[in-house]
Design a protein around this ligand. Sequence first.
Ligand code: DP6
Length: 318
Amino acid sequence: MRKQSTARAPINIALIKYWGKRDEQLVLPYNPSISLSLDVFETKTTMMDSPNEAFTFHLNGQPNEAMKQKVSRFLQHFTKGVYPTHLHVETFNSGPTAAGLASSASGFAALAVCANHYYQTGFTLEELASITRLGSGSAIRSLLPGCVLWNTNGTIESLPFPFPEVYMAILVVNAFEKKIGSTEAMKSSVHTCPHYLDFVKQSHQDAVMFQQALMNRDLQAVGLLAEQNALAMHQVINSSIPPVHYLTEESYRIIHLIQEARNSKLFEGYCTMDAGPNVKVLMTVQDKSKFEEFAKTHHFPAVLWSGIDHVGAVIVNE
Ligand code: DP6
């Protein structure tokens, strides 16, 4: 066993969404999802030997009991089921935790890669992927840089992404922790949303068309598919019983203004939203300053810009 290992992993934003598990034990999704790993926020996790027997866990410099339980369970996939001892884990998220910016995705991807190194388990990417998604489904996609496809059989693959000049504008409508977590909300959608299976069917088609659009280097098709797929996911969430509403009036105001601006050819931006009110806008570098101006005029929240992550989840201490 090593004295210390450190890994980093990027956040990822899905352009074709994962929303529902067909197998909750193995964390296998109903439909394929496709994401972009982003370079604006990352998780950095260090595992180190500790002189104390008790396992300790810090998130952003503070002990965190709730996450400690989850992390200790997760680490048992690397220790043949033995509860970790004489171990301290330090995790830093450079973005707001649980604000719909996928910090749990970068968190479990970093932890999986870190544990594989620390315990010298030598798992392959495929083995690591099947463990990582047990922490959080979407974390599997943070193992790889760039554009990533998560198949319904649980495997992941890199997709060539032919738009090097693409950026995401992240509008943090609300950085506070969400009331209903994605795990609980997606379970409710699967069991109670009357049109859940239509969403699954549509998402399968969206994933195929999205890959076709990538091959055709057609940014408009990529963007429209992403936006429609995100809105369809939110319709599913809104029509679960009881309904869940992640998007606020402010989110919808922003989305509608961006759609109008696109239709009137002011700039070409496409929205995507996850389990929170934040709006992320896909666009090319040419539209960045026009978007900034538009955002100011319409009193959008401050814009955080992100490029594409080209590194993925890797060990950083060697
Ligand atoms: C809306 O990966 O957080 O971000 O597997 O239960 O941990 P669990 O869910 P999680 O769900 C993410 C949902 C989403 C869409 C996506 O990232 O594909």
